[in-house]
Design a protein around this ligand. Sequence first.
Ligand SMILES: Nc1ncnc2c1ncn2[C@@H]1O[C@H](COP(=O)(O)OP(=O)(O)O)[C@@H](O)[C@H]1O
Ligand SMILES: [Mg+2]
Length: 358
Amino acid sequence: MARVRIEGLQKSYGSYRALRDVNLDIPSGTFFTLLGPSGCGKTTLLRAIAGFHFQDAGEIRLDDVALGQMHASRREVGMVFQDYAIFPHLSVWDNVCFGLVQRKLPRQEMHARAMAVLETVQLVDQRERMPAQLSGGQQQRVGLARALVIRPKVLLMDEPLSNLDAQLRVELRQDIRRTQRRLGITTVYVTHDQEEALSVSDLICVMNQGSVQQVGTPWEIYRQPVNRFVASFVGAHHFSELVVGEGATVRWLGCDWATPASARPGQRVVLAVRPEKLRVARAPVEGLPGCAAAIEAATFTGREIQLQLRTDDGLAIDAIVNAHSQATEWRAGDRACVHVRAENLMWFAADAGGGRLT
Ligand SMILES: Nc1ncnc2c1ncn2[C@@H]1O[C@H](COP(=O)(O)OP(=O)(O)O)[C@@H](O)[C@H]1O
Ligand SMILES: [Mg+2]
């Protein structure tokens, strides 16, 4: 278990800057997730922590030890890969023991450690099997066991669930979270899936184009995104660019909305809202701002209904409504009223940085 500190980290591939001055402080024992779109530098950062490649500038520290150019095998980090990276010609047992044999552990201790870690990942009964005889989820648990058996101070996981089907992904992410909690091991976990990140993490670091955008708890990232990119990446929609009017309001969804105090008349701003924050009804809801619209498409997914609406003044807007709170089914062509509370609007600057306006 260790605190990981990353200071001023930079890494380029040729002229391409994959990491631009990354600074992070990962408290000991946290489940810390790097979240961002494909290509934003998540794997590059993880591999730098693992020592699979070296940064061009900056430093990584485990507790008080600066890793510098220390070889990967001496870093006391364990890594779990997207494609499992287990040896197909070795049994589960031999895969798990591999790192211990390399470290020349005494036989008895090796046995005890391998058994303990197989119990943790619930693979004791499968230990004589070959990888090809295991499901994808079991193979990834072998990957996890192999990383844990060396007792790393930090566990690194690079999109470990992305080759699994949806249901297994949810099950295994809970297993991973439980295991992490029980061992209290500092974990840096990479995903591009916002729901996965929100559901397992103590802290999330949202990245874009090699830079850290925001670090916060799942609740903070969801409720208080610092800029337009973070908001869009964690599910906000309808980024409408509007000009603030003389009365410090903008007109949107058939209503006038007071703009945040920091927005000036004449300034361009971007307004966003989450689809699950819209209320869709058959008739206007008293006391709630909104406007009339037509349903263009309705998709029933079991728990929820995804609605594509077009307001009468031409705004296309997506809403997600709870299926069991709807008295009747929604169909394309239905008339509706779409509402939103002012407190659920998010405001951003219209410039490249897209900072949140308050
Ligand atoms: N070995 C490499 N050589 C050149 N470019 C690379 C190499 N590895 C990654 N990149 C580029 O660096 C960027 C970040 O890659 P990566 O860290 O793998 O992103 P992520 O894991 O977030 O998808 C991408 O644009 C990718 O194309
Ligand atoms: Mg990657």
